[in-house]
Design a protein around this ligand. Structure first.
Ligand code: DX5
Ligand code: ZN
Length: 224
């Protein structure tokens, strides 16, 4: 399948949020990536329900909600009601991950688990068949505009091999330091969904950058 592009709203201009949401609507982007940070799980606070609901009112594409929060279970239903199509929880924040994944499905959303850079993909073997997507963090979560951690490529390849056996339809999303420079390598490694904040919103034309990332032929890079 052709890879999907999910612009991260974290890098939008919050004083012109509707303008940036409309830009994504009109672009070739596939999803809105919505980063929720609680200042506890990660050393930053982004935004909460009022802002997410405002995005949902104008968004014409699915909301991919990345919860960087402790104890996400208590908010899953509310995020689903606020318009999340995909809900991502962190492996490191969920002692009862199987139950959490069940709650996401019961709330009517697709279930995704995120892995911090130090967390091995093999830890997901026994839950992989229950997931719709895995988010491989390619920076330490908390901030936009950080540098891509190269070891991520190997993690994606290992995860794709595991998924070929356990869940061939699994989507693999990558988040952090993603841009034109590493799009071909990420897609060749097995990623299907590319999140990008800074690379898109700091570009002279964000919507042209979205199109470039979307249409970059993965065959362009044979360097891995
Ligand atoms: C980081 C967030 C990312 C962030 C990506 O913790 O999860 O979604 O917005 O931003 P860039 O693409 O600028 O690294
Ligand atoms: Zn994110």
């Amino acid at each position: 399948m052709k890879h999907l592009i999910a612009p991260s709203v974290l890098s939008a201009d919050f004083a012109n949020l509707q303008r940036d949401v409309e830009m994504i609507n009109a672009s070739e982007a596939d999803w809105f990536h919505v980063d929720i940070m609680d200042g506890v799980f990660v050393p930053n606070i982004s935004f909460g329900f009022p802002v997410m609901e405002a995005i949902a009112r104008h968004a014409q594409k699915p909301l991919d909600v990345h919860l960087m929060i402790v104890n996400p279970d208590q908010y899953i239903e509310r995020f689903a009601k606020a318009g999340a199509s995909m809900i991502t929880v962190h492996y490191e924040a969920c002692p009862h991950l199987h139950r959490t994944v069940q709650s996401i499905h019961e709330a009517g959303a697709k279930a995704c688990v995120a892995l911090n850079p130090h967390t091995p993909v093999e830890l997901l073997s026994d839950i992989l068949s229950d997931l719709d997507m895995v988010l491989v963090m390619s920076v330490n979560p908390g901030f936009g505009g950080q540098k891509f951690i190269p070891n991520t490529l190997d993690k994606i390849r290992r995860l794709r091999s595991l998924a070929n056996v356990l869940n061939p339809d699994l989507l693999i999303e990558v988040d952090g330091g993603v841009g034109l420079h590493n799009t071909p390598d990420l897609v060749n490694a097995g990623a299907n969904v590319l999140v990008a904040g800074n690379a898109i919103f700091a570009a002279p034309s964000p919507s042209e950058m979205i199109s470039s990332m979307k249409h970059l032929p993965s065959a362009q890079s044979n360097s891995i």
